[in-house]
Ligand binder design. Structure first.
Ligand code: PEP
Length: 252
């Protein structure tokens, strides 16, 4: 059975002290109960060591928000997959719409990042999703198809099967406007069928596809009740332990 995952994308938020408190609070909740879903937090890279140390010997998984497509070298300000791997980091968000928009990340660059992550044992949480005009013009399926095909479909099955996908309609990210349960399920099924056509039904059935975009404690249960929605990538609502844990509990 495929994994259900709730991953928190903290983006560029929290001071060191606040990050410390948030990780501790999340761990308090996680230690109390058995969670149905795997719980991942993706703090700013500066706090990855802190998170990784605190999460040691717990079920909490740690992810980075970005990494370079290069291994080592003269790339001032960058962090690389071998660095993340050497710190025991489990996941890396790749292809987030904010990185595509503000840092001009192309399909080709993302293909390189995905390969680099996999080579070093880091599982990509690969984001895809359309902008509002693309949905309004009925082009949303083509946009998502292109993002997935160009960055991921060159991978052999053994590599593709390590990837977690996150469908994040750009118009829903940080806006308070969530995709309807029907819109989410429709796109997730479409993505699963793309995977099925390329890698076969077994791989498609095993691939976790998360929903992201203004998911919160109020709407998570309905979104996650869809057969093809395997959890969430959570931005704003992952910044408060209580709210984030309510989302994790939406599976129970
Ligand atoms: C995100 O940025 O990945 C995200 C889903 O943000 P929010 O939950 O705040 O919409």
């Amino acid at each position: 059975m495929r994994k259900q995952i709730v991953a928190g994308n903290w983006k560029m938020n929290k001071t060191f002290q606040e990050a410390d408190e948030l990780i501790n609070s999340i761990l308090e909740y996680i230690k109390k109960d058995e969670n149905t879903a795997e719980v991942v937090i993706c703090p700013p890279s500066l706090y990855l060591e802190l998170a990784s140390d605190q999460a040691n010997d717990t079920t909490l998984m740690i992810g980075a928000q970005n990494m370079s497509c290069n291994g080592f070298g003269a790339f001032t300000g960058e962090i690389s997959a071998p660095m993340l791997a050497s710190m025991g980091i489990d996941y890396c968000i790749l292809g987030h719409s904010e990185r595509r928009k503000y840092f001009n990340e192309s399909h080709e660059m993302l293909a390189g990042k995905v390969e680099m992550a996999l080579k070093h044992g880091i599982a990509p949480i690969f984001c895809c999703g359309e902008q509002l005009p693309e949905r309004e013009s009925g082009n949303h399926f083509n946009v998502v198809k292109e993002q997935i095909e160009k960055a991921l479909f060159h991978l052999p099955e053994s590599d593709f099967s390590k990837i977690v996908l996150a469908y994040e309609p750009v118009w829903a990210i940080g806006t308070g406007v969530t995709a309807t349960s029907g819109q989410a399920q429709e796109m997730h099924l479409y993505i699963r069928n793309l995977i099925k056509d390329k890698y076969g039904d077994d791989v498609a059935q095993e691939t976790s596809i998360l929903y992201g975009g203004s998911c919160n404690a109020k709407n998570a249960r309905e979104l996650f009740s869809n057969p093809d929605v395997d959890g969430g990538l959570i931005g704003g609502a992952s910044l408060k332990a209580e709210e984030f844990i309510k989302i994790v509990r939406a599976f129970d």
